[in-house]
Design a protein around this ligand. Structure first.
Ligand code: PHE
Length: 465
């Protein structure tokens, strides 16, 4: 059986009997590489004979290409002189590095005389034969080509030609096609063809479609939940002053409680203009913790270790209650990285400020947030955080892992609310998001959330809620 393209080639060969691969490609519109493979198939089937031949031809050198663009030096000389004689030195500056070639060829060709330091042109314009030859090497005569070769404007090259000779014509054949076009349908030509069978078991080509990273998508779903609950999103930077990460949150400067978790410090100091706020926080620390509070320590920079720092900034901004805000962002803590620990991870921190807000309200909000996150069973356990009183930890039930600690929460201490001048009550909480994501995405190594294995990332889907 012959394919449509094999028949195309045979049809062309019927008219010429002999041809070569290049010509066949030109005439049939097939690429040279498919012609080469098709003529070999045809040779195997006995339709053609294929012969390799090496052919010599001439091609322009770099110098040749330049002269083709700019003209030959002797012609330039004549055309520049334009019939006037000129001092040799002036001609030198006119022609630069081409001076010697121009003079020697112009003399050889009898285009100039040289007398008493002057160049005297015999004609006022000139175009050499060799120049025309540069445009048509294939048809140029042998002598010209020899001159061009001597002048280094062309060089001999070899190319391999595949000669093809038709041995026998195909009998009556029905070509096969794989698709129907409007034209062959309308003209009725389709009747002449056989149809290639579809291979319905073949896999289609793989098309990677761009999509969001699955963990990013998870974080966005979490934000959607908070927004649906009526919270407003707030964000602050990763580089933070200890003041917002610790001091305002009632964590003493000289107390191990400050090291409730480790943190990364950063060179340099921040700046706080609100002197009242600084004074109030100083008072809060000195009257409650009984030590000398130092502003230099509070202004030191660090990578925030909890997104409660964002909550602290909201508190310090003289907010207007009632207020419901949340933030989702990265925090940083030195740690040994393993399957359940990273040194940077995400937290969701929330804050509600309202006149009559109670601890029970807080528990209700948390229950609702976790319910929407897909955690239907939760437990509260008394806990300690420096900035809340009372404080709780929230445990959520996960099928595979059982009860898992997911959140810290509590009512903000009156010391803090006094320092920032808030008269209402306030509830706050912080939820670690990576572990939650792991349970949803069925991942047992936290590092996979940050994998750069593209195959793996493509496969992962967020299929929650
Ligand atoms: N920031 C605390 C969590 C927390 C936030 C807000 C209130 C109480 C606790 C942590 O990282 O563990």
């Amino acid at each position: 059986m012959l394919s449509e393209n094999e028949i195309k080639i045979l049809d062309f060969l019927k008219t010429v009997k002999r041809s070569n691969s290049e010509e066949i490609a030109n005439k049939t519109g097939l690429s040279i590489s498919s012609v080469l493979s098709l003529i070999n198939l045809l040779a195997e089937k006995g339709y053609v004979r294929v012969e390799k031949k090496v052919e010599e031809y001439y091609a322009l050198t770099e110098e040749g290409k330049k002269r083709k663009n700019e003209g030959l030096p002797e012609d330039i000389l004549i055309n520049k002189l334009n019939g006037r004689e000129e001092e040799i030195n002036n001609v030198k500056t006119m022609l630069g590095e081409d001076f010697n070639i121009a003079i020697s060829w112009a003399k050889k060709k009898g285009l100039i005389d040289i007398k008493e330091g002057k160049i005297i042109p015999k004609i006022s314009s000139h175009v050499s034969e060799e120049y025309y030859a540069l445009f048509n090497l294939e048809n140029a005569n042998k002598n010209l080509i020899e001159v061009l070769e001597r002048r280094g404007l062309v060089e001999k090259r070899e190319k391999i030609i595949i000669l093809v000779e038709l041995l026998k014509e195909p009998e009556e054949i029905t070509p096969t096609i794989s698709n129907i076009t409007h034209e062959i349908l309308v003209s009725g030509e389709w009747k002449k063809y056989k149809f290639k069978k579809y291979n319905v078991a073949a896999f289609p080509p793989f098309f990677p479609i761009s999509k969001k990273h699955y963990f990013k998508e998870f974080l966005e779903k979490v934000k959607d939940i908070m927004i649906n609950l009526g919270f407003t999103e707030v964000n602050t930077g990763y580089v933070e002053m200890e003041f917002y990460n610790f001091d305002i949150l009632f964590q003493p400067q000289d107390h191990p409680a400050r090291e409730i978790h480790d943190s990364f410090s950063i060179e340099g100091m921040g700046k706080i203009d609100n002197q009242d706020l600084l004074n109030n926080v100083k008072k809060m620390h000195e009257s409650s913790w009984k030590y000398e509070w130092k502003q230099e320590i509070a202004l030191r920079l660090m990578l925030r270790s909890q997104s409660t720092a964002t909550t602290a900034r909201v508190l310090a901004s003289k907010p207007n209650p009632p207020l419901k805000v949340f933030t989702v962002g990265k925090v940083f803590r030195p740690d040994a990285i393993d399957a359940t620990h990273l040194i940077e991870f995400h937290q969701l921190d929330g804050l509600i400020i309202d006149d009559n807000f109670t601890f029970r309200d807080l528990l209700g909000v948390l229950r609702e947030i976790f319910y929407r996150l897909g955690i239907r069973e939760i437990k509260f356990k008394p806990a300690y955080f420096p900035f809340t009183e009372p404080s709780v930890e929230v445990y959520g039930y996960l099928e595979k892992l059982g009860w898992v600690e997911m959140c810290g929460a509590g009512l903000l201490r009156p010391e803090i609310l006094n320092a920032v001048g808030i008269k209402s009550r306030a509830g706050a909480w912080g939820i670690g998001l990576e572990r939650l994501a792991m349970s949803f995405l069925n991942i047992n190594d936290i590092r996979l959330l940050y994998s750069n294995n593209i195959e793996y990332i493509r496969e992962m889907k967020v299929n929650l809620w």
